[in-house]
Write a protein that binds this ligand. Sequence first.
Ligand SMILES: Cc1cc2nc3c(=O)[nH]c(=O)nc-3n(C[C@H](O)[C@H](O)[C@H](O)COP(=O)(O)OP(=O)(O)OC[C@H]3O[C@@H](n4cnc5c(N)ncnc54)[C@H](O)[C@@H]3O)c2cc1C
Length: 384
Amino acid sequence: MAYSTEFLILGGGVIGCAAARELAKSGHKVLILERGEPCREASWAAAGALIARALSPDEGPLLDFKVRSLALFREHSRELTEETGIDTGFRETGGIDFFLSEEEIEQVPEFLEWQARAGIPAEPLSESELRAREPQLNPEIRHGVFFPTFTQVRTPWYTRALLASALHHGAGLETHIEAREFLMEGDRVAGVRTDRGEVFAETTLLCAGPWSTELARLLGRQLPGVPVKGQIILLVDRARPVNHIVHYGKTYITPRDEGRMVVGSTEEWVAFQRGNTAEGIETLLHQSRFFYPGLGRASVEHVWHGFRPLTVDGLPYIGAFDHLPGLLVATGHYRSGIILAPLTARVVTELLESRPLSFDIAAFSPERVAGMKEVELGERRDLH
Ligand SMILES: Cc1cc2nc3c(=O)[nH]c(=O)nc-3n(C[C@H](O)[C@H](O)[C@H](O)COP(=O)(O)OP(=O)(O)OC[C@H]3O[C@@H](n4cnc5c(N)ncnc54)[C@H](O)[C@@H]3O)c2cc1C
C-alpha cells in the first residue's frame, strides 16, 4: 500500500476519530490508521461519565478545558445522532459526590467555593434531599453535593457515532495496520511506514493514546507517560438502585438505561498487562456495595479494562514540537479523553487551519517536557 493524504491520523481512538471528523467536516482529506479495530482500547472501556469538578482551589487550565468541552456535548451529541441515526447514550443524569468522614464533611463549604470559582454549578444536599435523590443509598452516608451538569454518553455508542460521522464527512479508515516508523523529508515528518506499506501525509496527527510515548521516541522526541490500567464492572438490576452519577474517592457508579450500572474504576500501574483481576473486581464490588447495599442482588453482566494515557504532569499533550514540521500531537487525556474529545478536535482543527484557537493550549504544549530526563512515573494519586 502506498497512499498519500492531507492529514494522517495515527490511532483510531476517541481523540483520533473526533479530530478526523472535525477535519473531514471542514473539507480536508483525512485518513485514520488504526492498528486494531477503531475505539476498542480506552475509548471503548471508558465509563463515559462527563464530569468536571474542582478538587483544589487552583486547578489550572485542565479543569477549564473540561468545563468548556462538557458545555459542547449536548449540541455535539445531537449533531452526531442527526447525522448518523445512532443514539450516543447522552443522558443528563446529574451527579452526586459523597462526603463521609468528619474531616471531609467540614471541607464541604470550601469544596463548594472551589466549584463556584471554576463556574461549576454545585449544590449541597441536606440529608433528606440526598435520601430523596438516592433512596437506596447506605443510610450511613448523609452528606452529598449535587452537580446538575454532570452527564454521560455510552462510550461504545458514542464512538460508533463519532466514527460513522467522520466517514460520512469523507474521512478514510484503514484498520489492522500498524505504524512502525516515521517517514522524513529533510527535517519534516512526511508520513509513516506501516506493516503494509508507506502512507505519505502533509501533516501527521499522533493520537495513539499511551502508545504515543514509544512512537514519539522513534522521532527522538519526548512524550513521557505511562498507561494506567482501569477495570470496570457492569451490573444490572431492573430496580436500578442508583439514580445519579455518584462518586466517592476513585469509585463511581454511572447508571445507564434498563437497570445497568457501570462501576469504575481501578487505577493500576502494571504497564500493558491485560485482563481483569479478582482483586480489581473485588475492590469495585466492595466499594459499590458499601454505597448501595442492595447492589449485592445485582447481576454481573460484564467486566472489562482499558489503559488511560497519563502524562508526566497530568495535562494532555496537544500541539507541535519545535523544529519538527509535519507532526502534531494530541494525546495524554488520562481519565478525561471522552469529555475532552469535542474541544480537543476543535482546537486541533483550528491549529491545523491556522485559525484563532477556541482555547489557549499553551500549557498543553509537548515542548514543556523537552529535555526532561526519562522519567519514572510513580503512582500519582494527586492526578484526576
Ligand atoms: C476504565 C476507564 C474508565 C474511563 N472513564 C472515563 C470517563 O468516564 N470519562 C472520560 O472522559 N474518560 C474516561 N476514561 C479515559 C478515556 O477513556 C481516555 O482518556 C481516552 O479513551 C483516550 O483516547 P485516545 O484516543 O487518546 O486513546 P486510545 O483509546 O487508547 O486510542 C489509541 C489508539 O491508537 C492505536 N494505536 C496505537 N499504536 C498504534 C500504531 N503504531 N499504529 C496504529 N494505531 C495505533 C490503538 O490501537 C488505539 O486504538 C476512562 C478510561 C478507562 C481505562
